[in-house]
Design a protein around this ligand. Structure first.
Ligand code: GLU
Length: 281
C-alpha cells in the first residue's frame, strides 16, 4: 500500500538543492498502489513569505519532473481553521496569553540562572502562567499584544499516559514534548504557529507518512502531543538526513548561487541535480 506524503515548503526564498532532495524524497516515498504526493505551501508568516517565491516553487518542482495533486493547500487561506484548533485547546484550559517581550524573557532567564534548555533554546520561565484571570483580562482589554502559550504541564496531565511515535529511520520514539516547555502556539504577529498549522493540516489531508529533514525531528515530539489533545490520526515519520553542499554545510535560503532557479539558468541539467542529491536516508 502506498503512503500519502507531502512536501511543505515555506515560500520565504527560492528553493535550493536541499529542498529538491526533500521534495523528491517525499514523492518517492508515496510510491506504490494508493500512494499520493501532495504539495502544501506553509506561508503563515506573512511578513516573510512572498507570492513570487510560491510561483518559483511550482516552477522548480515541475522542472524536477514532479507532479502533485490539485488544489494545493495554501495555509494563509486557512487561518480560521487554525483559530478553531486554538479555541479547542483554549476551552480545555491549555492556553494562556503571554505578554512578555523577548527582552523580558531573556532577563528573567538570566535572573533564574541555569534555565533548562530545549530544541529552540532556553525554555520560557512561565512568567505569564502565574497571572490571575483578572490581570489577563485587564491587559488584553488594554490592547497589550500577546502570544498564546501551551500550558505544557496541564497538557501532559490531561493526556495522562505515555505517547509514542514511529520514525522509519530512527525507530520507535517515546514522545517527550516537555522538552519544549510552554511553547508558543500563536504568535503576537501571526495568529497561529508552525506547530498548530502543520499538525492540523497533516491530519486534515490524511498524510500517512510525514517526511522532512532531521532538523525538525524534535518537533514531532510536540506534534504527537497536539495530535493526542485534538484526537487526530498519528502518521508515521521519516526524518531524513540533510543534504550538505560541497563545503559540508547545510544549504540555506540565503545561498543565492545554489538555488534551483540559478542552477537552471546556468544550464545545469536535472540529471546533474539528481547526481548531486544522490540518495537520502
Ligand atoms: N514548512 C517547513 C519548512 O519549510 C517544513 C514543514 C514540515 O515539513 O513539517 O521548514
Amino acid at each position: 500500500m502506498g503512503d500519502i506524503t507531502r512536501f511543505a515548503p515555506s515560500p520565504t526564498g527560492y528553493l535550493h538543492l536541499g529542498h529538491a532532495a526533500s521534495a523528491l524524497f517525499a514523492a518517492q516515498n508515496a510510491g506504490g498502489a494508493g500512494g499520493r504526493f501532495l504539495l502544501r505551501i506553509e506561508d503563515i508568516d506573512q511578513t516573510r513569505c512572498r507570492p513570487e517565491f510560491i510561483s518559483a516553487i511550482y516552477d522548480d518542482l515541475a522542472w524536477l519532473g514532479l507532479s502533485w495533486e490539485q488544489p494545493v493547500r495554501i495555509q494563509s487561506a486557512h487561518f480560521d481553521d487554525y483559530q478553531a484548533v486554538l479555541d479547542r485547546l483554549s476551552e480545555r484550559g491549555l492556553l494562556y496569553p503571554c505578554f512578555c517581550t523577548r527582552k523580558e524573557i531573556q532577563a528573567e532567564i538570566a535572573r533564574i540562572g541555569n534555565a533548562p534548555h530545549g530544541p529552540d533554546g532556553a525554555l520560557y520561565p512561565g512568567t505569564c502562567r502565574h497571572l490571575s484571570a483578572m490581570e489577563r483580562q485587564e491587559r488584553m482589554e488594554a490592547g497589550e499584544s500577546y502570544a498564546l502559550r501551551l500550558d505544557m504541564g496541564q497538557a501532559i496531565k490531561q493526556v495522562g499516559r505515555r505517547l509514542y511515535w514511529h520514525d522509519r529511520h530512527a525507530g520507535r520514539q517515546v514522545a517527550v514534548p516537555e522538552i519544549f516547555g510552554d511553547v508558543v502556539l500563536a504568535r503576537k504577529d501571526t495568529p497561529t504557529s508552525y506547530h498548530v498549522s502543520v499538525t492540523h493540516d497533516d491530519h486534515l489531508q490524511g498524510i500517512s507518512l510525514v517526511t522532512r529533514g532531521e532538523d525538525l525531528f524534535f518537533a514531532s515530539h510536540l506534534h504527537r502531543l497536539l495530535q493526542e489533545l485534538l484526537g487526530y490520526d498519528v502518521p508515521e515519520y521519516h526524518h531524513h538526513k540533510l543534504l550538505t553542499g560541497l563545503d559540508g554545510k547545510r544549504f540555506a535560503k540565503r545561498d543565492k548561487s545554489e538555488t534551483l532557479q540559478s542552477m537552471r539558468d546556468a544550464g545545469v541539467s536535472v540529471d546533474d541535480v539528481m547526481a548531486r542529491i544522490g540518495t537520502l536516508s
